[in-house]
Every structure is written in C-alpha cells, then in structure tokens.
Design a protein around this ligand. Structure first.
Ligand code: SF4
Length: 248
C-alpha cells in the first residue's frame, strides 16, 4: 500500500533503553517500519469485503484467533446476516450460534446487536454518515457502545473509516517493550501517542505498520520463545541482542 513513506530508505538504528528525544524516536520507528515492510511486504489489511464486515470482524476478533473469526463471518454471510438490519432481526441465540467458532459467542452476539441498534438509532444505518464524523468525536461515540473498547474502536476508525489513528494491541506492546521503546506509562494512550506523536499522520502508514507488527508477533516475536535469530529487527532489538548473547 502506498503511503507517505513509500520509496524512502532508512539505515537501521541502535535503540537505547533511556528515553529518546523525538527525533531519535521518529527515526527508530521509521527504521522498524521499513525493515518490517522490506522483510514481509504489504499485508493488505483489513481482510474484508466491506466496511461493515470490518466492524463485525473487529468485534469478533476480541480474544479470538483470526481463523476462527473467519469461520464466524462465513456463517453470518451464509445466513445473510451480515448487515445491521439482519443482526437486529436475528434472535440473540441464533446469532450466538452463528458466531460460535470465535468464542465468547453469547457476549459477542450482544455486542454485535448493540452496535447494530446504535447505528440505526444514531446514524440511520448509514456508515458513510458515521464515518463523516471527525475522529475526535467518532472515537468517543464508538467507545460509548457496549463491548467496544479502545482497540476495537481504533480498528474501526483505521480499517473501516480509513482515518488516521494507530491501533494498539498486545502484539504491539510486546514488540515495543522488547525493542526498548516502551513509553513511561503502560497505558493504551501512551503507546498510541508513541506512534502518533512520532510518525507522519498517514492512515495508510498506520494501517500497514500495525499489520506488520501483528505479522512479526505471530511469526517470530512470539510471547514464549521468540525466534530472535530469524528476526529482521534483530540488529536493533535490545531483547534480541541479549538473547543472542545468552544463546552462544
Ligand atoms: S529480535 Fe526477538 S525480541 Fe526483538 S523483535 Fe525480534 S523476535 Fe522480538
């Protein structure tokens, strides 16, 4: 995906544990992005046919593997239930049955219905109307809906509305911490500010960056036994350099 950084090349940087100034942090984040993009290539997120499907996926993926979310969405499509109106009309138990593969199906059925009713009540089921809302107002609106927290709201804003916001998840926190770039606070807002205050405001960059971090975390920077020797960030990672020393 083309973004403001396409075509730029940056040399790898050595990251320090201490707080870095804004310029150093900016360079470090850009270097990480370019190394990930060079290694893995564009991720083409979000894997969905339409914005409403992105929203449903963002809700269903909470505490669930994406492969199971895909099964649930396939069930919804087969039942012609992948629309706000259909979700409202479906009995709660039937909706829970359809999304059973992604776990927490009773709670998630309620969340889907809550969003569908909210969208009708506030925006007449019109996603274009919803997405025309400024991000500073859109985000608190989404957060007011039952079952939508910061990560889900930001996934909707970035991947469905195509607006500039960085999504933070457990994968992102893990990688940033291991790289030695953790912010002073452990809050969602602090991690989000790390990216948004130090990168160009570019939705396609934020889209690709988050997807690449997820790719790295799933394939290499695993919670247990990360494969640091195979990692494309090994040359700039504090955790990776310590792990390499311990390995020899
Ligand atoms: S070098 Fe190891 S700890 Fe660092 S990002 Fe790569 S896999 Fe994760």
């Amino acid at each position: 995906m083309a973004n403001k950084l396409s075509g730029m090349t940056l040399a790898p940087l050595a990251l320090s544990a201490a707080a870095m100034d804004n310029k150093s942090t900016n360079q470090a984040l850009l270097s990480i992005y370019h190394q990930l993009l060079t290694h893995y290539g564009p991720q083409n997120w979000w894997p969905a046919e339409a914005p409403f499907e992105v929203i449903v996926g963002a809700i269903l993926t909470q505490s669930a593997a994406w492969s199971n979310v895909e099964k649930a969405i396939t069930n919804l499509k087969s039942a012609k239930a992948l629309s706000p109106r259909a979700l409202r009309q479906l009995p709660l138990s039937e909706l829970a049955r359809l999304i059973h593969p992604c776990g927490y199906y009773n709670a998630k059925a309620l969340k889907l219905k809550s969003f569908a009713y909210w969208l009708d009540n506030h925006h007449a089921d019109d996603l274009n109307r919803l997405f025309a809302t400024d991000t500073n107002h859109l985000r608190p609106q989404l957060l007011s809906i039952h079952g939508i927290g910061p990560e889900t709201a930001d996934s909707i804003i970035l991947y469905a509305a195509n607006k500039q916001i960085f999504v933070i998840d457990a994968y992102t926190r893990r990688i940033i911490n291991r790289l030695g770039l953790a912010p002073d606070s452990n809050s969602y807002a602090a991690y989000q500010a790390l990216f948004m205050n130090n990168l160009p405001a570019d939705a396609s960059l934020f889209n690709e960056y988050h997807a690449l971090l997820v790719c790295l975390a799933k394939n290499v920077c695993r919670r247990n036994n990360p494969l640091c020797q195979q990692c494309c960030l090994n040359n700039i990672c504090r955790f990776g350099s310590v792990a390499s020393v311990l390995t020899y």
